[in-house]
Write a protein that binds this ligand. Sequence first.
Ligand SMILES: Cc1cc2nc3c(=O)[nH]c(=O)nc-3n(C[C@H](O)[C@H](O)[C@H](O)COP(=O)(O)OP(=O)(O)OC[C@H]3O[C@@H](n4cnc5c(N)ncnc54)[C@H](O)[C@@H]3O)c2cc1C
Length: 393
Amino acid sequence: MHVNTLILGAGAAGLHCAAFAGPNTLVLDHAKAPGEKIRISGGGRCNFTNLGTTAANFISQNPHFAKSALARYTQWDFIDLVDRHGIRWHEKTLGQLFCDETAKDIIAMLLAEMAPNAQLWLNTTVGNVRFDGSHYHVAIKRDGQVSTVTANVLVVATGGKSIPKMGATGLAYDIAEQFGLAVTETRAALVPFTFSDDKFKPIAGTATPARITTADSTAFTEALLFTHRGLSGPSVLQASSYWNEGETITVALSPDFDISSALKADRTSEGRKALTTTLAKYLPARLVDFLATEFDLSGNTGDLSDARIAELTDTLRNWSLKPSGTEGYRTAEVTAGGVDTDGLSSKTMEAKTVSGLYFIGEAVDVTGWLGGYNFQWAWSSGYAAGTAIATRG
Ligand SMILES: Cc1cc2nc3c(=O)[nH]c(=O)nc-3n(C[C@H](O)[C@H](O)[C@H](O)COP(=O)(O)OP(=O)(O)OC[C@H]3O[C@@H](n4cnc5c(N)ncnc54)[C@H](O)[C@@H]3O)c2cc1C
């Protein structure tokens, strides 16, 4: 079997690339269905892009790398595609766009876009990959039969290591290394923090607005969720992408509320109430009970001096916590790090030193924030490679 373009990985990036790569394209995946992460994303509604996408929403050793692809296939281009397919969507919060109905609509759209130019082979295992200087030879196993597919162009779109249960493998990194490309250190990102002492177990399930600041002063203000194992929720997932083992994080509870002025007013109106009762007006009661075991919250509201209120405010704004780790690839939404962008063209995603070898999507060292940015990177990088392949001489 010979094709012009062989795409490994029928996920977001691979499927979108197939829509642009031109005729004689084959997409291979070992999974039994295409776009499995799309299907489960955004609680089944797929947060498919973000209105505010810019390169600043991505983490990479080279923060400029994503600019070109993001500029040439923008969030508006993808929204236009979604609209053309009659998929209804809504903005949830912070520019995050979700399907009204189901993420399956996005998968159906991607499949419709790639036909009739491309074939899709599922349940196909990828083995040895070889380049003879002009063609790629990829050993595969399908229906129990071992064979070789040859291709002029090889696109690696097999994603990162997150959620191995869903078929994630390190294949992209292995292929990159085989062809002499560097791979930056990978780690689980957009992932809950764990604490070895399970200290938050008593308040598991409690959620509250918070600003989480990491050691490098990156801060995210969104919901914080206490779990049996530690901390989760959007603010925590975002912070995890900037966190390194051993570092502390700073949690500001109720960050946009002027707790100091509120407590000063409460001194007269609620003077005889316990401080914990007053605080429970502004924070979940279970959280206040927990905080009372961590900090001195004794006494009545009426007895608070200005200095004590300042101290309390500081306590609630600068709660320093040291996670023991993260839940790892088992639950991480993405893998940070990956194929080093130094080795890739930012315009086409082609390896600079290996003709016809492309890396797209999560496999590349470009990691988006939570909020639709990772899919936008998959669409933009898939388009960059696809259109470049279609116009190759
Ligand atoms: C639970 C969850 C929710 C998410 N929600 C969102 C969201 O709402 N918005 C957002 O922007 N991002 C979200 N993400 C992140 C997003 O899913 C990924 O960033 C995106 O899917 C990456 O696209 P990709 O095509 O590079 O990789 P993937 O979508 O992971 O596709 C890779 C494909 O390669 C195949 N593959 C892997 N290894 C092999 C192999 N050895 N042989 C053959 N095939 C192989 C896999 O089966 C898979 O089909 C979420 C992730 C998770 C886990």
